[in-house]
Design a protein around this ligand. Structure first.
Ligand code: COA
Length: 173
């Protein structure tokens, strides 16, 4: 399986990947009907201009993507050392096979080795996604609090979100 940086040429494959992941409730916060060309275009544009975006290709069909991770800065000068808007998705057929760990580790290794001006990486995960929370902790993320009743679930219940952060050990001010 090949992990590489992505660009605009990956947009169509990313749209398919995000729709498959959004079809399963309880993972990403967007519903399938919110996953469209402009949503993908915004991710790729922002991640390719000052941020990071990696994809994993299907080992048998390199035009099909089975995982993606992106993060980018907010654009606010006082937060220039911080990456936010982080999202990771793995195709449901490939979840639990180590791809999420590989693609996330690739991102954090890149930042650790090559981006010493990045101090922190932030993400937000819904409280019930305990599998993802455990995973992020093993990568070095820590919980930073609770956004109470932030998410409206399909059944009408309100669910809390957990902000988490990772700190670059090689950060230089
Ligand atoms: C969360 C997600 C990115 C993890 O990627 P993945 O490829 O499935 O995870 P991996 O196989 O690399 O496993 C990483 C860790 O997750 C946990 N994990 C994986 N499968 C698990 C399972 N079935 N049950 C419990 N924990 C599990 C383990 O902690 C595992 O650690 P290990 O490497 O020591 O075994 C992926 O499942 C996904 O895209 N889910 C749907 C979308 C989503 O929830 N995105 C995150 C929103 S914040």
């Amino acid at each position: 399986m090949k992990i590489r940086r992505a660009d605009q040429r990956d947009s169509a494959a990313l749209l398919k990947l995000y729709r498959c992941v959004a079809d399963v409730e309880g993972g990403i916060s967007r519903n399938t009907n919110e996953i469209n060309e402009s949503f993908i275009d915004e991710i790729v544009t922002k991640a390719c201009n000052g941020g990071f975006i990696y994809v994993a290709e299907n080992p048998f069909h390199n035009d099909i993507l089975i995982a993606e991770i992106h993060t980018y800065p907010t654009g606010i000068q006082s937060l220039q050392h911080t990456l936010g808007h982080l999202q990771i998705v793995v195709h449901p057929d490939f979840q639990g096979t180590g791809i999420g760990r590989r693609i996330f580790s690739t991102l954090l290794q890149d930042i650790t080795s090559n981006h010493k001006k990045i101090a922190r990486v932030e993400l937000i995960v819904r409280e019930s996604n305990t599998r993802a929370i455990t995973f992020y902790k093993t990568l070095g993320f820590r919980e930073e609090g609770l956004f109470e009743r932030r998410i409206l679930n399909a059944n009408g219940d309100l669910e809390s979100d957990i902000p988490m952060a990772w700190f670059n050990p090689n950060f230089i001010q």
